[in-house]
Design a protein around this ligand. Structure first.
Ligand SMILES: O=C(O)CCC(=O)C(=O)O
Ligand SMILES: [Fe+2]
Length: 205
């Protein structure tokens, strides 16, 4: 049994990783290794992966990492000159969403999925404060595959902290985190294995 199943919905109080101006809770591994392995294989094979495209500095840019986007409804939104439309949940992804909801006590209506084929791919400093998201809503980040370092940096003080996101683990960010902190997934030479990250979000439809 996974440790977290004993303490559904945060009955065991997790410690806020952020010293101020936001909330981030690392739940650790919420899936046992076998389940996490199975979900990783399903994500790699069955999600509709595509490189993300955007116009930046007047140029068309394509991300190294691949993305896929799922939601309760086939909503679309436009950013950087591209319109994206959400796909409906495959059964296994809906199942993962329910596991994340049970562990966190939050509910989610969409999921942005990221596929990093190795440590050569990462994500630069950013925050997830898009206007399409519920303000101060929770973001649930589930990692499958290679463990990677994840970092926070305060927007004003520059204060930093990092943690390792393990296979089958869940990180929740909520409250004023996106307003006050940036986060990133640094590239690393230490990992050559693929990683899938599922970021469950609360969108306003
Ligand atoms: O892959 C990760 O852990 C971070 C993903 C992320 O920050 C995002 O999708 O906004
Ligand atoms: Fe993010």
């Amino acid at each position: 049994m996974v440790h977290n199943d004993l303490f559904e919905n945060d009955e065991m109080k997790l410690i806020n990783l952020l010293p101020q101006d936001g909330e981030a809770y690392y739940h650790g591994q919420i899936l046992d290794a076998g389940t996490a392995d199975r979900y990783l294989a399903q994500c790699i094979r069955q999600l509709s992966w595509a490189h993300d495209r955007a116009f930046m500095f007047g140029k068309e840019m394509v991300t190294q990492r691949k993305v896929a986007w799922y939601a309760d409804e086939p909503v679309s939104y436009t950013y950087s000159g591209y319109t994206k439309t959400a796909l409906v949940w495959p059964d296994f992804l809906r199942e993962i969403k329910q596991r994340v909801e049970r562990s966190s006590g939050d509910s989610f209506n969409s999921c942005l999925c990221n596929f990093y084929s190795s440590g050569d791919e990462g994500m630069g400093w950013h925050s997830d404060g898009e206007k399409e998201l519920v303000e101060e809503g929770a973001i649930g980040s589930l990692t499958l595959g290679s463990a990677r370092r994840f970092s926070f940096k305060h927007k004003v003080t520059g204060e930093r902290l990092s943690l390792s996101l393990e296979h089958g683990s869940l990180l929740i960010m909520k409250g004023s985190t996106q307003k006050n902190w940036l986060h990133s997934l640094p590239k690393t030479r230490k990992s050559t294995d693929p990683r899938v990250n599922l970021t469950f979000r609360q969108m306003r439809f």
